[in-house]
Write a protein that binds this ligand. Structure first.
Ligand SMILES: [Zn+2]
Length: 232
């Protein structure tokens, strides 16, 4: 895309009002903060879920999530959770208000861990993880993308490589095959919900500018389109 067109698109994402967005309260964090989802696009299209933030000190994806609220993909039923960990964001920490890494609290391959990767006292002990699990089970999204920071790569682990590579190409983030992590939301979805796929987009450090936000938005839409075509 030419630079002028890209900047115009970036300005559109920032300035345009949400088109036919439907907002839902999914539940509340331990400290009572609302956790919301927004649905845009075509409700009978391919269902795709994007989570802007799970680790509270990795907030770059929130701007991308809000930009996605302003697109209206004609063939995609796009669900967006801008912030699954509002207590962590408020405190500027990776963990939730209980000191748990929500991305080690899911049930697949869960094991007890402490410190940075504190996994909680048992699988799904955390309210925020349960909210995400419930939403994913209800939606059964063909594709779920989780934004993280700041490894600067597409973290591909056990999902649909074709879809991941489409995202990598469109976003400019290098594609990397990584181990499946026990207790992660991605591993749980990839190993339990057949016919669906999930990966993490590890953004670079810092907050993305408007042009980068626009590029990641286009990458999400490209991956969603690729996911709509079932892999053989
Ligand atoms: Zn992370």
């Amino acid at each position: 895309m030419k630079k002028v067109a890209l900047l115009a698109f970036a300005a559109y994402l920032i300035l345009a009002p949400p088109l036919s967005a439907r907002t839902f309260l999914l539940g509340r964090s331990w400290n009572g903060r609302p956790i919301r989802s927004v649905e845009v696009g075509n409700p009978s299209g391919t269902r795709v879920l994007v989570v802007g933030c799970i680790h509270g000190n990795e907030t770059a994806g929130i701007a991308i999530a809000h930009a996605l609220e302003r697109v209206a993909p004609p063939d995609i039923d796009l669900w967006i959770v801008p912030d699954l960990n509002p207590d962590g964001v408020a405190a500027g920490t990776r963990h939730n208000a209980h000191g748990v890494d929500l991305n080690r609290n899911f049930s697949w391959g869960w094991r007890r861990m402490t410190g940075v990767y504190a996994s909680g006292p048992r699988p799904l002990s955390e309210r925020e993880a349960r909210i995400a699990r419930r939403l994913i089970l209800r939606l059964r999204p063909r594709l779920t993308i989780w934004f993280h920071q700041h490894l600067d790569l597409v973290w591909a682990s056990g999902g649909d490589r074709r879809v991941e590579k489409v995202f990598a190409r469109a976003s400019g983030l290098p594609y990397r095959r990584m181990p499946q992590l026990g207790g992660s939301a991605i591993s749980w979805q990839n190993n339990t919900l057949h016919g669906t796929t999930s990966f993490a987009a590890e953004l670079p450090a810092g907050e993305p500018g408007a042009a980068r936000v626009a590029r990641y938005v286009r990458a999400v839409l490209a991956a969603a389109k690729a996911a709509a075509v079932q892999s053989p």
